[in-house]
Design a protein around this ligand. Structure first.
Ligand code: ZN
Length: 196
C-alpha cells in the first residue's frame, strides 16, 4: 500500500531541491510524476516550484483550500510530489491521504513544520496527524552549529514576534535557527519593544 510522507524542514533546508531531484529520478526511469503546490497568489511565476539553487519546474496542479483533486490526471502516475505543503488545507491533505489508499500512488509532501511563531500551519498540522512517515530535511542553525528546528523572521528592528503567519515574497527575511538561538533572539526583541 502506497504511503503518505511528510518531509518537513526549516526555511533554506533544501526541501524543494529534494523534491526536484525525486521528480528527476522518476523521469529518468521513464515514469511520470505530478507536482502539486498550493495557489498562494496570482503573481507571475507563482505556479513555479523553485529551489534556491535556481533549479525550477512548473507545478502540474495548483490547489486552493477548497480544491477537489481531479483523479483523472493521476492515471498512470508513479508518484505525487507536493511543494509548500504547509499551506494546504486540512481537506486537501485528507484527499491526498485517501489517494494513497484508493489509487496506490505514494504522495510525498514537503513543507515547513512550523511558522515564525513556532505554530503549525493548516497543512503541516494535518500532515503531522495523518502521514505514515515523517522525515526531517535537516540544516544547521544560522547562528551556531546546532540543528535548525525553527524559522526566525527578521526585520530591520530584529526578530519578529507578531504579524501575519504568511508574508508572500519575504523568504529572505527568514533564518533557520536552533531552539536556543530562537529563544534568545525573540526574547531580545521583546526586551527592545517593552523596555524591560
Ligand atoms: Zn543556534
Amino acid at each position: 500500500m502506497a504511503k503518505l510522507y511528510f518531509r518537513h524542514g526549516t526555511m533554506s533546508s533544501g526541501k524543494t531541491l529534494n523534491l526536484l531531484a525525486v521528480a528527476h529520478n522518476y523521469e529518468q526511469k521513464g515514469e511520470r510524476v505530478v507536482v502539486i503546490r498550493p495557489r498562494l497568489d496570482d503573481r507571475f511565476g507563482a505556479e513555479s516550484v523553485v529551489s534556491r539553487t535556481g533549479i525550477q519546474r512548473i507545478a502540474d496542479v495548483l490547489v486552493d483550500v477548497d480544491s477537489i483533486i481531479d483523479r483523472k490526471i493521476l492515471q498512470g502516475v508513479a508518484c505525487i510530489l507536493v511543494d509548500e505543503a504547509q499551506f494546504l488545507s486540512c481537506d486537501v491533505v485528507d484527499q491526498l491521504r485517501q489517494i494513497t489508499w484508493d489509487l496506490d500512488i505514494p504522495v510525498i509532501c514537503y513543507g515547513l513544520r512550523t511558522d515564525f511563531q513556532t505554530r503549525s500551519f493548516s497543512g503541516s498540522g494535518r500532515l503531522l496527524e495523518v502521514a505514515d512517515t515523517l522525515e526531517e530535511v535537516k540544516t544547521v542553525c544560522h547562528f551556531c552549529n546546532r540543528k535548525a528546528v525553527f524559522n526566525l523572521r527578521i526585520s530591520a528592528l530584529g526578530a519578529e514576534v507578531d504579524g501575519p503567519q504568511i508574508e508572500l515574497g519575504a523568504d529572505d527575511r527568514y533564518r533557520p535557527v536552533c531552539g536556543p538561538c530562537y529563544h534568545s533572539h525573540t526574547n531580545r526583541q521583546n526586551q527592545d519593544l517593552f523596555g524591560d
